[in-house]
Design a protein around this ligand. Structure first.
Ligand code: SAM
Length: 321
């Protein structure tokens, strides 16, 4: 599927829930978070139906996210269901890792191999301060077990937070990439939450690391928006930066998003969505829904700045990370 900027749109991020078992202050910022009512959440059958239609329109890579996707019972059945469609090239999961150890066998049996684990610190106390939950050990255990079980690539996503983890944590994550063949990505904080003043530009961290280490630029296949990946001699893994604000990569955006309540979103920053669930539940036919998908794509913004305010105050979890 090409959009009007000739971008090849082949990737759909599907949020399977808006529930989460963490309370990250920069995501769950708003106190009275309004959950999507259960009956409004897409069933697995509806997700599979829409994924199959997305495949027909040229999408061949999927990512499951949330909220916390592993909170949704039977997720592996959705994974094997999507993988069973002819033409699916790739499926991956973005998780906070708390339930990873528990579901690892099932996920592997379902055919999942690619994992993104979100982790903002390697310090136990700080983990609790950021997320509200004392669960660092569980996440690290799940990460290590996934690596031993042959999941690959495993990416570790670290949202940079001024004064919280932009100091010694950076060194500790580099050490993790020495110890394990994981790809650490330092991510700039996006403006989806009411907390302000935590933004750290990726360039600041790169420059600090460059002062201390000799970096070798490496190409990590499928590294998505983290264009630039580096290795320091002796590293088993690598590290990179995702800088949606200071170096946005909208020019090569290849994705559409399906929210947990069935809305198609062509840009993370735009509030403009089309309600595919409403069409589906009203009995719309495949061709009609396909036309709606291509119609929405025709209006996909060229860049996040074009998307208007888009200041979703409900945090990224209500859209799907
Ligand atoms: N629960 C899963 C997880 O933690 O990976 C998937 C959903 S979560 C919303 C996906 C990612 O979005 C996490 O890495 C989280 O840190 C990140 N995130 C949440 N709010 C963000 C923001 N304002 N800017 C950048 N990343 C954000």
């Amino acid at each position: 599927m090409q959009d009007r900027f000739n971008r090849h749109i082949n990737y759909m991020r599907i949020s399977v829930t808006d529930r989460c078992n963490l309370r990250c202050f920069y995501c769950r910022g708003v106190k009275d978070f309004v959950f999507i009512p259960h009956e409004e959440i897409l069933s697995y059958e509806e997700i599979l139906y829409l994924a199959r239609l997305a495949l027909r329109s040229g999408i061949d890579r999927f990512r499951l996210t949330g909220g916390e996707p592993l909170l949704r019972k039977g997720l592996s059945s959705l994974i094997s269901g999507i993988l069973a469609f002819p033409g699916v090239k790739d499926i991956s999961l973005t998780t906070n890792g708390i339930l990873l150890e528990e579901y690892l066998e099932e996920l592997k049996a379902a055919g999942l191999r690619r994992l993104n684990v979100s982790l903002d610190t390697l310090d136990r106390k700080k983990f609790q301060q950021i997320t509200g939950v004392d669960a660092l050990e569980r996440v690290l255990k799940g990460l290590r077990k996934a690596q031993q079980a042959g999941f690959d690539p495993i990416k570790v996503n670290v949202v940079l937070l001024r004064g919280v983890n932009d100091g010694e944590d950076v060194e500790r994550f580099l050490a993790l990439a020495f110890e394990l063949p994981v790809h650490v990505r330092f991510i700039e904080l996006m403006d989806f939450s009411p907390v302000g003043g935590y933004f750290v530009p990726a360039t600041e961290v790169i420059e600090r690391i460059q002062k201390k280490y000799r970096l070798e630029e490496v190409d990590i296949p499928g590294s998505g928006p983290a264009r630039r990946h580096f290795r320091i001699a002796g590293m088993k893994g690598s590290f990179g930066f995702i800088a949606p604000l200071s170096h946005h990569f909208c020019g090569s955006c290849n994705r559409l998003r399906l929210t947990a309540d069935g809305k198609l979103r062509t840009c993370l920053f735009s509030e403009k969505t089309v309600d595919l669930k409403k069409m589906l539940r009203a009995g719309a036919g495949e061709e009609e829904i396909l036309e709606t998908i291509t119609g929405a794509l025709a209006e996909k913004p060229g860049s996040w700045q074009e998307s208007g305010t888009g200041k979703n105050r409900n945090g990224l979890r209500s859209i799907g990370g």
